[in-house]
Ligand binder design. Structure first.
Ligand SMILES: *[C@@H]1O[C@H](CO)[C@@H](O)[C@H](O)[C@H]1NC(C)=O
Ligand SMILES: *[C@@H]1O[C@H](CO)[C@@H](O)[C@H](O)[C@H]1NC(C)=O
Ligand SMILES: *[C@@H]1O[C@H](CO)[C@@H](O)[C@H](O)[C@H]1NC(C)=O
Ligand SMILES: *[C@@H]1O[C@H](CO)[C@@H](O)[C@H](O)[C@H]1NC(C)=O
Ligand SMILES: *[C@@H]1O[C@H](CO)[C@@H](O)[C@H](O)[C@H]1NC(C)=O
Ligand SMILES: *[C@@H]1O[C@H](CO)[C@@H](O)[C@H](O)[C@H]1NC(C)=O
Ligand SMILES: *[C@@H]1O[C@H](CO)[C@@H](O)[C@H](O)[C@H]1NC(C)=O
Ligand SMILES: *[C@@H]1O[C@H](CO)[C@@H](O)[C@H](O)[C@H]1NC(C)=O
Length: 764
């Protein structure tokens, strides 16, 4: 239980830290670490930052925490609120804000769920061979908890020489660099209290998350990988030929924005091609773009030709929970895969009830253990609801001891790990949890016989309990069901659109496997080690943290094939070729069985090979992003500081409004405020990247009811490569007001290729 105990303490603290720091910024009272953001790098040095700082801080030394000079200009410093305010008035300063603390986007962060299976993108030319092609080796930078270089997944032995353009290194960890791992850096938490393990200065992974993510993105081929025999298969990253640069920005207490900005700045200088971030702010603390180090860092990375891929968050299934929503970021939702972990309940008489969990239960296959409902063990001072939910301190230990306990999970006051802990402390020998939310997502309970059944199966057990004097049962250890249908489905935890910051950018962008993912794990982790066994080399966990590196790996494959493509072209290629169909040839559904929408999965599930042959792409230019910032409400002078690529004479349009955001050249379309007879006229421009010059694309529209969509022209005739052609879309409602947001798509096809552009329209 050690691991769980850590978790109880760890993540509440992490969450509180975010609250405190954000509140501090609002009140403007406390001393603390502030980030001073000064836009694109202009050649100013750490010295310049120190001077600016000392002009404000007459007396204090050592206030500077980080200085950003590559790609990004700015610094982090310990300041009082008054000092922060006075620095904010300095010319050239875009924003000054409290250093936020982000969370890892694994469900483990929340309630220590752990899940499993080997999932790989198995399509790339790169992945056909184990070594690099001798062509362009993409470099994937990962901002995370560090890496365990010993893992077989990071063997560099079959890779060629390190790309000569690489300008990074392994800092304070020279033995980490091995041809596969070519960069490793660590950033001290500005919060001294965080360094309780004294290991802040090493890129070594002490949590496991970074190792898992890195191996999913670019792990080399490892045959016979499994978690104690579960999910056995060949483990392989999305782009096994790519190199890895790890930037350790997270500690046990979360990931500081000041460290994240430093990592972005280093990654720009080092020369990575892709950046992968499986972390973000909680949905309830959405930061504005110029006060969000991930949005800021990503902007400058993209300006420097780096594709930035981020997880969408684990705050689903409620609407408007998606995070990392800036238009220059590729935002990734999570889906299930076609593998399930079953741990079934057997009642007296042999009746079997299906359960989902990862456990190594060893209480036998015969139903001989007494079974009790939490409600029947109610303490006199507890409520019936508390007892049936098996909440702490609600059940009588005498009634639980030596029994398997049936628990509901329909009040949100406690996580199921709290319930597990309670049942175990009272001497319970097993737990059957009734829960529909977690359907499709099996959690890891190690040795404890815990399984999760659906509410439709609960009456079967309840009536057995009612009708039997001495009810008995057992819980079977997990078995793996493969080729499970339907798959993929949207993971219940995956954060959903629309974006609460900018509705007119459709988010998330894309979905990828994020449930029960088997990937490399750090060495010697006792938390996931079974009694008397060696610690596992692979582990099974879930989250949009796990889906993000699948897309980073795919982006690296596209970049290797087309080194000159811009981040937006790579993003467009991945989005326009995504799939909306599951393995039953039916539309992909949500955790509840409803047909998924773009708010669940953006353009759809990544397709394994399509992105290498998109035919046409949407190029989103710097000017598009600058216009976006105008429409979002920033003025011309602020934008001139933010970007290094402001075209001469650029000014924000006089009539900037968020409605105009729909018009930036994005690979999806979101139109809001569509009511009555009003129409919206949207323009998009496609670039021919098919390579064969002549190609004519014709139009198909998937229009929802309540909407008329007119596209002109209806045919796009490309005659040469790199040619750009535009089309207009006019959205008109046929009803006074759309009752809900509606979805559809615009599809351009030639004989071979299909370019799909999803849209959402809304009267809100
Ligand atoms: C890749 O590695 C696997 C396992 O080490 C090996 O069986 C296979 O032959 C290799 N393939 C190539 C193309 O080198
Ligand atoms: C390479 O790194 C050095 C410092 O380590 C830096 O000064 C230089 O600008 C970097 N080169 C590029 C092309 O960014
Ligand atoms: C079990 O019995 C209780 C009362 O004794 C009743 O409320 C409940 O509906 C019964 N449940 C089933 C599934 O028969
Ligand atoms: C894991 O533990 C073993 C045995 O104690 C030790 O030899 C090994 O160095 C450890 N590995 C790491 C990476 O700490
Ligand atoms: C632009 O916006 C910034 C920040 O809101 C403000 O301080 C500045 O005065 C504005 N500049 C102009 C020219 O309006
Ligand atoms: C809708 O229009 C109102 C009024 O013009 C504006 O304030 C709001 O931001 C618009 N919303 C969107 C999502 O475009
Ligand atoms: C839509 O906008 C485009 C580009 O601004 C323009 O050429 C076209 O005439 C407009 N169409 C309508 C019906 O307003
Ligand atoms: C494309 O088609 C045009 C006219 O149909 C023809 O003149 C041109 O040679 C073709 N180009 C290529 C690359 O096939």
């Amino acid at each position: 239980m050690k691991g769980y105990a850590i978790c109880y303490v760890l993540f509440p603290i992490l969450f509180v830290a975010f609250l405190v720091e954000s509140a501090g910024a609002a009140e403007g009272e406390k001393d603390g670490v502030y980030i001073v953001y000064m836009g694109a790098a202009t050649g100013s040095s750490k010295n310049d930052h120190a001077q600016l700082l000392s002009s404000v801080l007459k007396r204090r030394k050592n206030a500077l925490v980080q200085s950003y000079v590559h790609g990004i200009s700015g610094f982090a410093a310990r300041l009082s609120a008054t000092e922060a305010q006075s620095i904010a008035k300095t010319p050239g300063v875009v924003s000054v804000f409290r250093d936020p603390v982000y969370q890892l986007h694994t469900t483990r962060s929340w309630d220590f769920l752990k899940y499993g299976t080997d999932v790989v993108i198995d399509s790339s030319p790169n992945s056909d061979s184990n070594s690099s092609s001798g062509g362009y080796d993409s470099i994937i930078g990962i901002l995370d908890t560090g890496i365990s270089p010993e893992s077989e997944s990071f063997s560099g032995k079959d890779l060629g020489p390190i790309p000569s353009r690489w300008n990074g290194t392994c800092v304070d960890a020279h033995d980490f660099c091995n041809g596969k791992i070519i960069g490793a850096r660590a950033y001290n938490s500005p919060d001294d209290d965080d360094d309780d393990d004294g290991l802040d200065n090493t890129p070594r992974d002490m949590i496991g998350h970074g190792t898992h993510v890195a191996s999913t993105a670019a792990g080399t081929v490892v045959p016979d990988a499994s978690y104690y025999g579960l999910a056995t298969g060949t483990a392989k990253g999305g782009s096994p030929g790519s190199r890895i640069a790890m930037y350790r920005v997270c500690t046990r207490y979360g990931c500081h924005g000041s460290s994240i900005l430093a990592a972005f700045s280093d990654a720009i200088k080092d020369g990575v091609d892709i950046l992968s971030l499986s972390l973000g702010s909680p949905a309830s603390f959405m930061l504005d773009y110029k006060e969000d180090p991930i949005a800021i860092g990503a902007f400058h990375a993209v300006e420097n030709g780096i594709t930035v891929v981020c997880s969408a968050g684990n705050d689903g299934p409620s609407e408007e929970t998606v995070t990392n929503v800036a238009p220059w970021i590729l935002t990734v939702a999570a889906t299930t895969i076609d593998r399930k972990f079953e741990s079934n309940v057997v009642l007296d008489g042999g009746k079997v009830i299906k359960g989902e969990a990862i456990n190594f239960a060893n209480i036998g296959t015969s139903p001989v253990h007494p079974l009790v409902y939490g409600k029947s063990a109610k303490k006199t001072d507890a409520t019936e609801s508390e007892a049936r939910n098996c909440n702490p301190d609600s059940m009588d230990g005498e009634m639980i001891k030596g029994k398997i306990v049936l628990c509901d999970n329909d009040d949100d006051s406690y996580s199921f790990y709290d319930k597990e802990y309670e049942v175990q402390s009272l001497g319970g020998i097993g737990l059957v949890l009734v829960d529909d939310k977690m359907s499709g997502v099996a959690s890891n309970y190690n040795e404890f016989p815990l399984t999760v059944i659906s509410s439709k199966d609960a009456p079967g057990i309840l009536s057995y309990l009612n009708s039997t004097k001495n009810p008995v049962a057992t819980i079977l250890p997990s078995t793996v069901v493969s080729q499970y249908k339907p798959a993929p489905t949207i993971a219940y935890f995956s954060s959903r659109g629309p974006s609460s910051l900018s509705r007119n950018i459709l988010k998330p962008d894309i979905a990828a496997p994020g449930v029960d993912i088997l990937a490399a794990w750090m060495a010697n982790d006792t938390e996931v080690t079974l009694k008397g066994k060696e610690s596992p080399k692979f582990n099974i966990i879930s989250g949009t943290s796990m889906s993000c590196p699948h897309v980073s790996g795919m982006a690296a494959v596209v970049k290797s094939q087309y080194p000159s493509w811009s981040p937006s072209a790579i993003k467009s290629a991945i989005m326009s070729t995504a799939s909306q169909i599951n393995n039953m040839k039916a539309p992909i559904t949500t955790e509840l069985g409803a047909i998924a929408t773009a708010y669940d999965y953006g353009a759809g599930e990544i397709s394994t090979s399509g992105a290498l042959q998109p035919g046409l792409v949407y190029e989103t230019t710097t000017t598009d992003y600058l216009n976006f910032l105008c429409y979002h409400g920033y003025n011309t002078s602020t934008i001139e500081v933010i970007s290094k690529d402001v075209p001469d004479g650029f000014t924000c349009p006089k009539e900037s409004s968020v409605d105009l955001i729909s018009n930036i050249n994005y690979p999806s379309i979101a139109v809001f405020n569509l009511t009555g007879k009003q129409s919206k006229n949207i323009t998009r421009t496609l670039t021919n990247v098919a390579g064969d010059g002549n190609s004519t694309y014709s139009l198909t529209i998937e229009a929802p009811s309540g909407l008329t969509i007119t596209v002109s022209p209806t045919s796009l005739q490309f005659t040469k490569n790199s040619q750009r052609l535009s089309y207009q879309v006019i959205f008109t409602t046929t009803v006074p007001s759309l009752l809900k947001d509606v979805f559809g798509s615009i599809i351009w096809t030639n004989k071979k290729l299909k370019v799909r552009t999803p849209f959402v329209a809304s009267s809100r």
